[in-house]
Design a protein around this ligand. Sequence first.
Ligand SMILES: CC(C)(COP(=O)(O)OP(=O)(O)OC[C@H]1O[C@@H](n2cnc3c(N)ncnc32)[C@H](O)[C@@H]1OP(=O)(O)O)[C@@H](O)C(=O)NCCC(=O)NCCS
Length: 279
Amino acid sequence: MTNGLKMTVIRTNDDNQSACCVLLSEASWLERYRDYANDPTSLLSESELHYFSFFKSERRKQSYLMGRLCAKQACLNLVSIEKDCSFSSIEIKKGVFNFPVVVHPLLPNIQVSISHVNGSACAIAFSERHPMSIDVELLDDKRCRTMEKKLEDGELDCRESFFSADHHRVSRYIKTRAEFNSYFNLVNWTAKESLSKVLRTGLMCPTHLYEVTSCKVLLKEDFIEIYDAFDLEERGFVFVSLFKHFSQYKVISFLDIKLGQVISICLPRQSKLKKALSD
Ligand SMILES: CC(C)(COP(=O)(O)OP(=O)(O)OC[C@H]1O[C@@H](n2cnc3c(N)ncnc32)[C@H](O)[C@@H]1OP(=O)(O)O)[C@@H](O)C(=O)NCCC(=O)NCCS
């Protein structure tokens, strides 16, 4: 997925088609990261460099650089720019609530959402008229226990109905009830975080407002191109979650069991993602 996954957003009764590009950092990017860590000037704009200079921890330096790299590459993959456009000429400012804001004259109305975990990062670039966001998390026992405690009563019911109705669909890889609960919690949590990003509130308001009201596995037959693109055929599933209070949004989550990783993308509920033909 070096060039990212370019997708078309399909909406009925809407002639203005939108597109988006999802990009995940890869293990081979660590090399690139080291170069940028030694000399961030070719990646960061002046004000990004200034902000970066205050970071003390290596972990934060890496997440910032990897996130900026993914986000800028995703923008360039989404929009074909004839002229030379360097990474450092693209600025990703911080909005007042810390959300990212893309600034570049050749990228009008393009925005990004960024997420990072354990030295890797992912980003989605999209048209401003069609809000989207992304969140990535790794399976971690301690985090899962915390997530379990944060489940709303309605989400526990949702987990029960999902288990009764859809467990057979995921039983190929998810064997025990405990595993099922952990993966559900992870999908549920990333769904809420990605909703909080699309709303630009982050988790600054009571999380019960982001309650998930339904979660289902998307059939591979209906989503074959996306399963292929995320290489999930032999290793995972795609889920869709809906919200109690934000019915205009949905989250599509890509669970990679082998990596123990979930990537969740929040988008308008009536939109469908289709892999772009050029990919
Ligand atoms: C926004 C939030 C949900 C991000 O989740 P996370 O799991 O911590 O981190 P992720 O790696 O997935 O995402 C981080 C990215 O989210 C983006 N982000 C931050 N705040 C955002 C907001 N309000 N809306 C949308 N995106 C936001 C940023 O791009 C950030 O990356 P960057 O700082 O390198 O630019 C979470 O940080 C949060 O709730 N923040 C609000 C509370 C807060 O600001 N606390 C600060 C410490 S007290």
